[in-house]
Design a protein around this ligand. Structure first.
Ligand SMILES: [Zn+2]
Length: 148
């Protein structure tokens, strides 16, 4: 899309996800820029429209566009990541749940019902309950169990 020279706003980024757009716009607003979001409601109502609309767009007043792009580049590079986030993820097993058989690290397990549910939600927009939500799988021995 060609930028309109009479438009006092510039699109500085676009996202497939409404949530990511709001997070990025929040960063720009925290830095003092007048960031706004366009087409979020269209994409929320029908996410398949995201491609046709060019995504959820972040717009700022034209004089702030360069500063906004610089901040978004730093955001993409991870400059705003919390120091403790990586250390926490690396050292703790998922939610502190350990395998009852071998005490290995556990991860959520998604069976065929969950996969079918996701397929129907995304392909046909049919909300089908995914079934068991609290099944875990050991990453060490492959043991599966239901946590209550
Ligand atoms: Zn195990």
């Amino acid at each position: 899309m060609r930028a309109d020279d009479t438009d006092p706003y510039r699109t500085v980024a676009s996202y497939d996800s409404v949530m990511l757009a709001h997070m990025a716009a929040g960063r720009l607003q925290a830095e003092g820029l007048d960031a706004d979001i366009a087409d979020a409601n269209y994409v929320s109502a029908n996410w398949l429209m995201a491609n046709a609309l060019g995504g959820v767009k972040i717009r700022v007043p034209t004089p702030q566009a360069a500063a906004a792009r610089e901040i978004l580049a730093r955001l993409d590079a991870g400059d705003y990541a919390l120091e403790s986030a990586d250390a926490t993820q690396a050292s703790e097993p998922a939610a502190g749940i350990a395998c009852p058989a071998c005490q290995g690290a556990a991860e959520p397990y998604h069976g065929w019902r969950w996969r079918l549910s996701m397929l129907l939600v995304h392909a046909a927009q049919l909300p089908v309950p995914p079934g068991d939500q609290n099944v875990w799988r050991c990453t060490a021995c492959g043991n599966r169990w239901r946590a209550d």
